[in-house]
Design a protein around this ligand. Structure first.
Ligand code: TC6
Length: 705
C-alpha cells in the first residue's frame, strides 16, 4: 500500500500518512507527500487539503533509522516539501491525533490550520536525539507560539498536551472523539477556509509573535544562562537557541538556510549518534529473546510493600502514582506511622512546588493503606519486599509470605545485592519470585533492574517488565550476581575514586571531572547523598566475614572508614566527604583534606599530581571493564541494556550513550591498552576482561558483541 493514501471528501482531498508504526517521515512518505502536493495544487476538483496519519498517531517525525543512510536522489528533503505545502493557495489543514512530534510537528506547522483530538502529545523532541528541528521547526514554532515558548519547547524537547498547545496558539481547534471525529472537524474547517476565499495563513510569514525578542533583547543570553547546567557538554541545545534567534533576525528562506547549516553540523556527530543509540536502547530493552512478546501476563491490580523505610515508602508512591492500590506493611505501628508520614511529606513537597495538585495528592494517599498485619497481604497480586539488606531477614520474610499470599501472587525482592535464587529457596514457589530493584529515590529514578532467578517463570518476567512500563519506569532484565549490573559496576567506579584520593587527588577534583563529563554529580557527592554509613556497614560486614582480616587486594575504604568514624555520614549529618553549610551544596572541607593527607602518609604513598585525564580513565575504564564481564557472563542481555541501566539508574549522560557506547566511541583498543598499563601500575584487578581484549583485538566495539 502507498505511503500516502489519498481520499476525497467532496471537494476536499484527504491525505493519510501510512507508514506504521509511527508514520515516520521516511523517504517513501516524503516522496508520496511531495507528489500529492504537486498534483493537488493544480487539481481543479480540489478546493482544500486535509493531512492526517493512519493508525494510532499523526506522525512521530523523521524516521530515525534513516539518519546517516542514503536516500534516493529524486526524493527531496522535508523542508522544501513543506515550503511548497505552505505556499499552496488552497487551505491545508492538519488533523492531528495521538502524536505530532519532530518532523510530524513541523509538518503540522507547515499547514495553515491545525485541528487536534484528545490525549495528544505534541512537540519538537529533536534535541533529545542530539539534533534540532531541521525542517523549519526552529523558524515556524517561534512565529506561531512566540519566542519564549518556542525556546522552551525546542530546547527541552518536551512533548505537551493538546490543551497546552491550544493555549500556546500551536493548535487552532480542539475536538473531542476519535480520529474520524478529528478528520470530520478538519474537513469542515478546510471547507470553511476555502469558502472564505482569503489567502491561507502561512506560519512562515507570520511576524506578530516575534516582537517579543525585539522588546527584550537580552532574552537569548538569559535563556542560555538558564540552560547552562542542563546543557553542559552538549552542542544541540545551543544550536537550537541560535536557530530560534535567527528566526527573529532573518526572513523565512534565510532562517531555513541557517537552520540547515546548523542541522548538518549535528546530525552525524557523536552526540547525535549517542542519543540515537540511547533511544533505540530504551526500546530494545523490553525485548527478551526467550520470553515472547505475546506471553500471557498476570494482572496486577493490587500490590503490597513490606517495609516502609526510604525504599519501601518510595516504592509505595510509585504504585500509587500509577493508580494501583497498595498495602504497606511494617512490623510495628511507630515505624508504619513514620513511613506513611514521610510519604505524605514527600507528596506535600511536590504540591508546594506546584508539580502536583492537592486533589491528586489526596487521591494518591487514598490508594496507600498501612497495616501491621501481614495477613492483609493475602489477596494482593504482588508483594515487593523492601526490608533490611540481610539474607536471613529476607529468607524469613519470604517463607512467611509463601504461607500468606494467594497462589500466583508475584513475590518480589528489592534487594540491591543479594542472591535472588537463595531468597527464592525460602518459598515453595520459586517460579513466582523475582527481583525488582528500584533505585533511590524510588519515586524519582526511572530504572528498575528486574532480576531473573534461575526458576522465575516466563509470565512473571513478562508481567514485571510490563509493570515497569505501567509504573513509568524503564525495566531492564538482569541475571543474578552480587550487585547485579548497576551496583557491580558502581563498585569499580567508587573503588578507583577512593584510591585516587589516597594517591593525590581530592574529592572535589574527582567530582569536578565527573561532573564536567556529564554525570549529575561526582562519586563523593553521590556517596554523601546516599549516606556513607551504608558502605561502611557493608565493609565492616565483609571484614567480619573474612575473620577480621582485610582481603589480600588493596583496601579502598581506609579514608572512607575514618570519615565515618567521625560520624560524617553525608548530607543527612551535614558533613561527609564535603561540608554542607546549607544542607545541600557540597563545600570542600579542610578537615577531610587533612585526613586524606594523613592517610596517604600512613599508607606510605607519596602524594602526586593526578591529571584530569587519569581521573576519568581510572574511574570509567574499570567500570566499562566490569560491564564487559557482565555481558560475557550473560548477566545483561545486551551491551545497550547496560547503557540503559547507567543512564536511568545513575544519570550517566545520555549524550554519551551510556558507558558501553561511550567506550566504543573512545575505542576498545585504547581502553584495553590503558587497562593493561593500570594493571602493571596498580594491580591485577585492573586486567582487561577476555571479552574486552577479544573485541579490541578484532577492532570491534560492544555494539558488535
Ligand atoms: C525528527 O523528526 C527530525 C526532523 C528534522 C528534519 C528531518 N523513527 O516508543 P515506542 C519506533 S527526529 C523510527 O515503543 P510508544 C520505535 O523504535 C524524530 N522509528 O511507542 C519502536 O520500534 P520497535 C523526532 C520510530 O507508543 C516503535 O516505533 N521524533 C520512531 O511508547 C514504537 O515506539 C521523536 O523523537 C521514529 N521517529 O511511543 C519521537 N518513533 O517496536 C520519537 C518510534 O521496533 N518517538 N519509532 O522497538 C517517540 O517519542 C515515541 O516512539 C512515541 C510513541 C511517543 C511516538
Amino acid at each position: 500500500m502507498s505511503a500516502v493514501i489519498e481520499e476525497r471528501r467532496g471537494r476536499v482531498a484527504l491525505l493519510r500518512l501510512n507508514n506504521p508504526p509511527v508514520n515516520g517521515l521516511g523517504w517513501p512518505v516524503r516522496e508520496g507527500l511531495d507528489a500529492a502536493v504537486g498534483r493537488l495544487s493544480d487539481d481543479p476538483d480540489v478546493d482544500a487539503i486535509v493531512l492526517t496519519g493512519n493508525g494510532r498517531m499523526f506522525c512521530a517525525g523523521a524516521d530515525i533509522r534513516e539518519f546517516g543512510t542514503a536516500t534516493p536522489e529524486h526524493v527531496r528533503r522535508l523542508t522544501p516539501i513543506l515550503d511548497d505545502l505552505e505556499g499552496l493557495d488552497k487551505p491545508v489543514v492538519a488533523a492531528i491525533h495521538g502524536v505530532a512530534a519532530g518532523g510530524g510537528m513541523e509538518l503540522a506547522l507547515g499547514c495553515h490550520y491545525r485541528v487536534c483530538g484528545p490525549k495528544t502529545k505534541l512537540g519538537l523532541p529533536e534535541v533529545t536525539l542530539g539534533i534540532l528541528p531541521g525542517a523549519g521547526g526552529t523558524q515556524r514554532m517561534p512565529r506561531v507560539a512566540g519566542v519564549s515558548k518556542a525556546l522552551e519547547l525546542i530546547v527541552s524537547g518536551r512533548l505537551i498536551s493538546e490543551k497546552e498547545a491550544f493555549e500556546a496558539g500551536i493548535v487552532d481547534e480542539l475536538v473531542e472523539g476519535d480520529v474520524e471525529a478529528v478528520i470530520d472537524a478538519a474537513v469542515a474547517a478546510a471547507e470553511r477556509l476555502a469558502a472564505a476565499g482569503e489567502p491561507p495563513r502561512r506560519s512562515g510569514q507570520r511576524t506578530d509573535r516575534l516582537h517579543e525578542a525585539k522588546d527584550n533583547p537580552g532574552l537569548f543570553d538569559a535563556f542560555r544562562e538558564s540552560m547552562a547546567k542542563r546543557a553542559r557538554g552538549m552542542n544541540a541545545p545551543y544550536a537550537c537557541v541560535r536557530c530560534v534567534e535567527a528566526a527573529t533576525r532573518l526572513d523565512l528562506a534565510e532562517g531555513l538556510a541557517f537552520e540547515r547549516q546548523e542541522f548538518e553540523q549535528l546530525v552525524n556527530a557523536v552526540e547525535a549518534q549517542s542519543m540515537r543509540h540511547a533511544f533505540f536502547a530504551e526500546r530494545e530493552v523490553a525485548k527478551i529473546p526467550d520470553v515472547p512478546k505475546d506471553t500471557a501476563t498476570r494482572p496486577i491490580q493490587t500490590a503490597g510493600i513490606v517495609g516502609c523505610g526510604t525504599m519501601g515508602g518510595g516504592i509505595a508512591m510509585v504504585f500509587a502514582n500509577a493508580g494501583i492500590p497498595v498495602m504497606v506493611v511494617e512490623n510495628d505501628q511507630a515505624a508504619l506511622d513514620a513511613g506513611i508520614a514521610k510519604i505524605a511529606k514527600n507528596y506535600a513537597a511536590t504540591v508546594s512546588k506546584g508539580r502536583l495538585t492537592q486533589a491528586a495528592m489526596d487521591q494518591r494517599m487514598g490508594l496507600i493503606t498501612g497495616t501491621t498485619d501481614f495477613l492483609s497481604l493475602a489477596a494482593t497480586d504482588m508483594v515487593v519486599e523492601a526490608v533490611f539488606e540481610d539474607m536471613a531477614v529476607k529468607k524469613e520474610l519470604f517463607a512467611k509470605l509463601d504461607g500468606i499470599c494467594k497462589p500466583g501472587a508475584i513475590l518480589a525482592t528489592n534487594t540491591s545485592t543479594l542472591d535472588v535464587d537463595e531468597i527464592a529457596t525460602a518459598t515453595k514457589r520459586p517460579q513466582d519470585v523475582i527481583g525488582t530493584h528500584f533505585f533511590s529515590p524510588a519515586n524519582v529514578m526511572r530504572l528498575m533492574e528486574n532480576v531473573r532467578g534461575a526458576k522465575t517463570a516466563d509470565d512473571v518476567i513478562a508481567t514485571v517488565m510490563g509493570l515497569s512500563k505501567t509504573l513509568g519506569k524503564v525495566g531492564v532484565l538482569v541475571g543474578v550476581c552480587h550487585g547485579f549490573v548497576g551496583n557491580r559496576m558502581l563498585h569499580q567506579y567508587l573503588r578507583e575514586a577512593m584510591f585516587l584520593v589516597e594517591e593525590g587527588a581530592l574529592p572535589q577534583d574527582i567530582d569536578r571531572v565527573m561532573y564536567d563529563f556529564g554525570m549529575p554529580m561526582g562519586p563523593f557527592a553521590m556517596c554523601d547523598l546516599a549516606g556513607n554509613d551504608v558502605g561502611w556497614r557493608v565493609r565492616q560486614e565483609q571484614i567480619r566475614a573474612q575473620g577480621g582480616k582485610p582481603s589480600n587486594t588493596r583496601y579502598s575504604g581506609t579514608v572512607a572508614d575514618k570519615i565515618c568514624d567521625l560520624g560524617r555520614f553525608g548530607q543527612k549529618t551535614g558533613k561527609g566527604w564535603f561540608a554542607y553549610a546549607d544542607g545541600r551544596t557540597p563545600q570542600p572541607d579542610p578537615e577531610v583534606e587533612a585526613i586524606i593527607v594523613q592517610t596517604s602518609k600512613e599508607l606510605g604513598i607519596a602524594r602526586r599530581a593526578v591529571s584530569d585525564d587519569e581521573i576519568l580513565e581510572r574511574c570509567l575504564y574499570p567500570l566499562v571493564n566490569e560491564g564487559a564481564k557482565i555481558l560475557d557472563e550473560g548477566i545483561a542481555l545486551r551491551a545497550s541494556d547496560i547503557d540503559v541501566v547507567w543512564m536511568h539508574g545513575y544519570g550517566f549522560p545520555r549524550f554519551r550513550g551510556g558507558p558501553m557506547f561511550w567506550a566504543d566511541t573512545v575505542g576498545l583498543k585504547t581502553i584495553a591498552a590503558t587497562l593493561q598499563r593500570f594493571e602493571k601500575d596498580q594491580g591485577p584487578w585492573m586486567a582487561p576482561s577476555p571479552l574486552l581484549l577479544k573485541l579490541a583485538e578484532e577492532g570491534k566495539g560492544f555494539g558488535d558483541a
